[in-house]
Ligand binder design. Sequence first.
Ligand SMILES: NC(=O)c1ccc[n+]([C@@H]2O[C@H](COP(=O)([O-])OP(=O)(O)OC[C@H]3O[C@@H](n4cnc5c(N)ncnc54)[C@H](OP(=O)(O)O)[C@@H]3O)[C@@H](O)[C@H]2O)c1
Length: 358
Amino acid sequence: MKKYKVGVIGATGMVGQRFVTLMQGHPWFTLTVVAASPRSAGKRYGDVMEGRWQLETPLPDCARDLIIMDAAADAEKIAGMVDFVFSAVDMKKEEIQALEERYAKLECPVVSNNSAHRWTSDVPMVVPEINPEHILVIESQRKRLGTKRGFIAVKSNCSLQSYVPALNPLRDFGLEKVLVCTYQAISGAGKTFETWPEMVDNVIPYIGGEEEKSEKEPMKLWGKVEGGVIVNAEKPAITAQCLRVPVSNGHMAAVFASFREKPSKEEILKRWAEFKGRPQELQLPTAPKQFLHYFTEDNMPQTKLHRNLENGMAVSVGRLREDTQYDYKFVCLSHNTLRGAAGGAVLLAELLCAENYI
Ligand SMILES: NC(=O)c1ccc[n+]([C@@H]2O[C@H](COP(=O)([O-])OP(=O)(O)OC[C@H]3O[C@@H](n4cnc5c(N)ncnc54)[C@H](OP(=O)(O)O)[C@@H]3O)[C@@H](O)[C@H]2O)c1
């Protein structure tokens, strides 16, 4: 099996650290470049990360001795050293758009964790189990950019990675209306309890831009490829409230849903148990064996107990029951920096390699 050389742009950040960790021992990918801002460039990764490493697992050996490059100033050099890059930078939207497009035009595919290009109509936004066919638009994107290899593909926002997978296999019952409240971990803001002590014993009922993303991004995921672009779905109507809660990792969602043809509880549980996607068919290295895990106990799933299920790549579901206002209600949980961020992007990169786009 060919090994792909990989760069991580934004490697010093919270999501970047996850990317770097996921490259350690990856069967297809070899971490070759770490890049960040001019503040970190020119220094050894292990030295810069001393005191900044935020993960529970130690800094991986594959990254320790790499010299951090400047994501913008060294773009040409980096593009020549790797087969593709993961992007997880925190910059202004227009700056991220320009930086990612620059790499694509340098014939270096970009698999991005950022939101900057999520609404570019020929950029696929993919949850590999849900809409793998959207990568077809890469051909028209390449025509627009004038590239042979280079393109940008993105993953969706972390908040919806918990509830959209559970709703997906129920869509053909005529999913009409969804109400969702998310309870989101502080790592989603790039923070820990040390760096955000105000979050201890606290809930903040506002996360900038999150409710709009939670309501709108599913429409692109459930859209169709037509004429080289993604045409968004029109249903279901989704309304969302997103709260920040004092949890280190793991976004929980309380979901209410109504259907045109109300399924039975048994039908829903069967759909969840049987739901498999392209990553499971292709047996991609990062794919969970069982994407949706249903818990029958009333007090499960729990953030602390289940966020790491199948290496943080599975989605946990529980408490399915009928509701008085909607047809059903249930809860969902996913790891926000694994399935919801770096892990989801690694799975997307594996799909793009397996389908010969990288
Ligand atoms: N945390 C999550 O769960 C999560 C989930 C989904 C999406 N996201 C998105 O992922 C991106 C990264 O998030 P994060 O939480 O990892 O942020 P973060 O911890 O603040 O890290 C930001 C990274 O961007 C780099 N950077 C900043 N300015 C730069 C510049 N001018 N040129 C090159 N690199 C620059 C930083 O490098 P230096 O260290 O050198 O400053 C650092 O590596 C954001 O767009 C965020 O919205 C985060």
